[in-house]
Design a protein around this ligand. Structure first.
Ligand SMILES: Nc1ncnc2c1ncn2[C@@H]1O[C@H](COP(=O)(O)OP(=O)(O)OP(=O)(O)O)[C@@H](O)[C@H]1O
Ligand SMILES: [Mg+2]
Length: 353
C-alpha cells in the first residue's frame, strides 16, 4: 500500500501542508527542528489514528490551537481510499480524536526510541512484540486489553485480602480467565517471534554485510508449555507470594524476549552501532510477515535511521530500501540515493529538493 497524498492542518509545527509523496523511497532532508519527525508522525496518524510519540492528543495540534486535522488518500490494489481524521478539545477540556479505521492500513515506524528494544527493560520488548502481533493478528490488542483488566482485578483482590477462604473463591473465576486469555496472548506472541526470526536473520546479515547468527526467542516462566492449565499451575505455585506482595507475579505481563548475536545477549554485547542496526533489522523483519498477513506492504517510516551506521552498512540499507514499497526516511544530511525522491523539510513546509 502507499499514501498518495496527505494534508495537515494545524498539526504540530505545520499550519497547512499538502504533500504528494512518491510511492517508493522518499528522503526527507532538513536541518534539526524543521518538522521531519512531525511529518512522520502525521503520516502515521493518517494511517492509524495514533501518534507513535505520545499518547496525549493535546500535544498534536499546533501550540495554542484547539483543533487539528489530518486527511489524505491511501491506495492499494483495489483502489484509493480517503481518510479524514480530526483532533479537537471538548468543552470539558478533554481531547477527542475522530476518524474511521482502515482495516488494511499498516505502518512500521523506526526511531531512536527503538534502541530500548535492545537495551531497555522487559516492558519495552513486550510492547514491541505486542505491536508486531497486533499488526499480524487482528484481535491481539483487544486480548491484551482484556488480559490487563483481569490482572488488575486479581491485583485488586490480592491487595484487599478478604479473610479465610474468601480470597481463593473470589479469585477462582478470574484465575480461569487469566489462564485462557494469558495463554492466548503468549501463543500469539510466540507466533510473532517465530515469523520475525527468519527475516531478522536474513536482514541482519544483509545489512551488516557479514554472517552473524541473530536469534530472537520468547522467554516465559512457562517454558515450552502451551496449555492454559500450565499457567494455572504457575499461579498456584506463586499463590502465597502473590498474597504477600499483593500482585500477580506470573504471566505474560512478566515475560521477555531474548535477542542474541552469535549466542551472546545483544543487550550487553554489541556496540552502539550494532545495537542500532539490530533494532532497525528487528523492525524491518516485520515487513514481509505483515505483507503476507494483510495482503499489501506496510508503509515504512524511518526516523534518522542512518545515524551511527558506518558507510558500508548505510549503503546496504539504502539499497534494500530502494527496493521496498513506500518508505519515508528522514536525515539531517544532504544525501542522494539513485531512484529516491528528495524533499527538503524547512520551517513546517516541504519542497522538492
Ligand atoms: N504542537 C506543536 N506546535 C508547534 N510546534 C511544535 C509542536 N510540537 C513540536 N513542535 C516543534 O516542531 C519543531 C520540529 O520538530 P521535529 O521533531 O519534527 O524536528 P525534526 O525536523 O525531526 O528535527 P531533528 O532533526 O532534530 O530530529 C520543533 O522545534 C518542536 O519544538
Ligand atoms: Mg526528528
Amino acid at each position: 500500500m502507499h499514501i498518495e497524498g496527505i494534508q495537515l492542518l494545524e498539526f504540530r509545527n505545520y499550519r497547512t501542508l499538502r504533500y504528494t509523496p512518491s510511492s517508493r523511497l522518499n528522503l526527507l532532508l532538513g536541518l534539526n527542528a524543521q518538522g521531519k519527525t512531525n511529518l512522520l508522525e502525521g503520516l502515521a496518524f493518517l494511517l492509524t489514528g495514533r501518534s507513535f510519540r505520545t499518547a496525549r492528543l493535546a500535544e498534536l495540534p499546533r501550540w495554542g490551537e484547539t483543533t487539528a486535522a489530518v486527511s489524505g488518500e491511501v491506495c492499494r490494489h483495489e483502489g484509493v481510499r480517503s481518510l479524514r481524521r480530526g483532533i479537537r478539545q471538548l468543552e470539558d477540556g478533554t481531547w477527542q480524536a475522530t476518524g474511521e479505521a482502515c482495516s488494511w492500513a499498516r505502518v512500521i515506524v523506526f526511531g531512536w526510541q527503538d534502541l530500548a528494544i535492545l537495551n531497555g527493560g522487559p516492558a519495552a520488548r513486550r510492547n514491541f512484540i505486542d505491536g508486531v502481533a497486533g499488526r499480524l493478528y487482528a484481535s491481539h490488542l483487544a486480548t491484551l486489553g482484556r488480559y490487563r483488566q483481569i490482572v488488575e482485578r486479581r491485583n485488586h483482590l490480592l491487595r484487599q485480602r478478604p479473610s479465610g477462604g474468601a480470597l481463593a473463591s473470589r479469585l477462582a473465576p478470574w484465575d480461569e480467565q487469566f489462564a485462557t486469555v494469558g495463554m492466548e496472548l503468549i501463543d500469539r506472541r510466540r507466533r510473532a517471534v517465530a515469523v520475525l526470526q527468519t527475516e531478522l536473520a536474513r536482514l541482519f546479515s544483509l545489512l551488516a554485510g557479514e554472517r552473524q547468527k541473530v536469534e530472537i526467542r520468547y522467554r516465559t516462566a512457562l517454558g515450552e508449555a502451551t496449555e492454559p492449565a500450565a499457567l494455572r499451575q504457575l499461579l498456584e505455585r506463586s499463590g502465597a507470594e502473590e498474597v504477600r506482595r499483593g500482585q500477580t507475579l506470573v504471566g505474560p505481563h512478566r515475560d521477555d524476549l531474548a535477542i542474541e548475536l552469535d549466542g551472546i545477549d545483544a543487550r550487553v554485547f554489541g556496540s552502539r552501532g550494532q545495537q542500532r542496526l539490530l533494532a532497525l533489522a528487528v523492525r524491518l523483519a516485520e515487513v514481509l510477515p505483515v505483507t503476507e498477513a494483510v495482503g499489501s506492504a506496510p508503509v515504512l517510516l524511518l526516523d534518522d535511521a542512518l545515524s551511527e551506521l558506518d558507510a558500508r552498512v548505510r549503503e546496504n540499507l539504502l539499497r534494500e530500501l530502494a527496493q521496498a514499497e513506500q518508505v519515508f526516511l528522514t536525515t539531517p544530511e544532504s544525501i542522494t540515493v539513485p531512484g529516491a525522491t528528495r524533499w527538503e523539510v524547512k520551517e513546517g513546509g516541504i519542497a522538492a529538493a
